[in-house]
Design a protein around this ligand. Structure first.
Ligand code: URA
Length: 297
């Protein structure tokens, strides 16, 4: 890489402006002299991840035996659903309607969380997958009674393949801890979108519609006692409620797999980082969550 100290001030300013332009466009990896095949690197990591031992998914969610999460475990291979195959591959990308149908079919065909993860990894109907490094499916304990669903992975989540590991995730961990929850022991976490939108832009309604069948099936298969929608996009998509500051903190229900699950919306930690005064509202929501779960508080 050229030594920028050899440049005159005008050239340095121009270079800095160019780098800022790239950063704002979502390009956040430096280019090196020699080409790096990052697909090969992530394939090797994925192979290593799959060969590590994993705690089995409980047949039915158990309250007394927290299971460490897969995310990092071996997932049984399943045949991708027919429609997913139909949209994967040759020629023009599928129409949004075809992609939504394919997503519904692929999600419905999965009968375990591992199968759903595999179906998602095989799904080619959402363009976000082509720019993301990883599919971010889940984190926490599959045996947890409470499931938190956020919006979409950011840069750190995309690099690690786990939801909520960046600054927002660290605040979410502190919010959980405030009522005695711990993501690896008794909380389960996912997003409505499993692939990072480039430059962390807001996912489009079309992208949300394509990914929605997968998160709905994930909730159904996880079957939590309480669903917590974290932030406005999750609340609007899953609960159909607009105006997060008004609807947060109210107990409602979410219909999944023929049963009603208790549900609540709360403020997104990214919002709380920007508006610390709103933390007192989130604190109230956490107390309600703790109460529903019967946590000592
Ligand atoms: N914000 C989200 O909504 N989800 C993540 O995983 C990270 C940040």
């Amino acid at each position: 890489m050229a030594d920028s100290s050899a440049l005159d001030p005008r050239q340095r300013d121009a270079l800095e402006a160019l780098l800022l332009f790239y950063r704002d466009a979502g390009i956040d990896l430096a280019i090196e002299e020699a080409p790096v095949d990052r697909f090969a690197a992530s394939a090797a990591e994925e192979t290593a991840r799959r060969s590590r031992p994993v705690s089995p998914e409980p047949a039915t969610p158990s309250r007394s035996r927290p299971a460490a999460l897969t995310g990092r475990g071996e997932a049984p291979r399943v045949e991708p659903a027919r429609a997913a195959v139909a949209v994967s591959g040759e020629g023009a990308p599928p129409s949004p309607e075809a992609a939504v149908l394919a997503a519904r079919e692929a999600a419905a065909a999965a009968s375990t969380l591992d199968e759903l993860r595999t179906a998602l990894e095989a799904f080619e109907g959402c363009a976000l997958k082509t720019t993301a490094s990883r599919t971010v499916f889940e984190d926490g304990s599959r045996a947890a009674r409470v499931m938190f669903v956020g919006e979409a992975p950011g840069r750190e989540e995309d690099m690690e393949g786990r939801p909520f590991v960046g600054r927002s995730g660290q605040l979410l961990d502190r919010m959980l801890a405030s009522i005695g929850l711990d993501r690896m022991a008794n909380a389960y976490i996912a997003n409505i979108i499993p692939w990072r939108p480039p430059g962390n832009r807001t996912p489009t309604p079309q992208e949300i519609a394509i990914c929605e069948p997968f998160i709905r099936r994930q909730i159904e298969l996880k079957a939590p006692d309480l669903l917590v929608c974290v932030g406005a996009p999750s609340t609007e998509t899953l609960l159909g409620l607009k105006g997060i500051t008004k609807v947060r903190g109210r107990l409602t229900t979410f219909r999944a797999g023929g049963r009603d699950i208790q549900a609540i919306a709360t403020l997104h930690p990214a919002y709380l980082l920007r508006q610390p005064a709103a933390k007192r509202l989130a604190w109230r929501d956490m107390l309600t969550i703790g109460k529903v779960l019967g946590l000592p508080g």
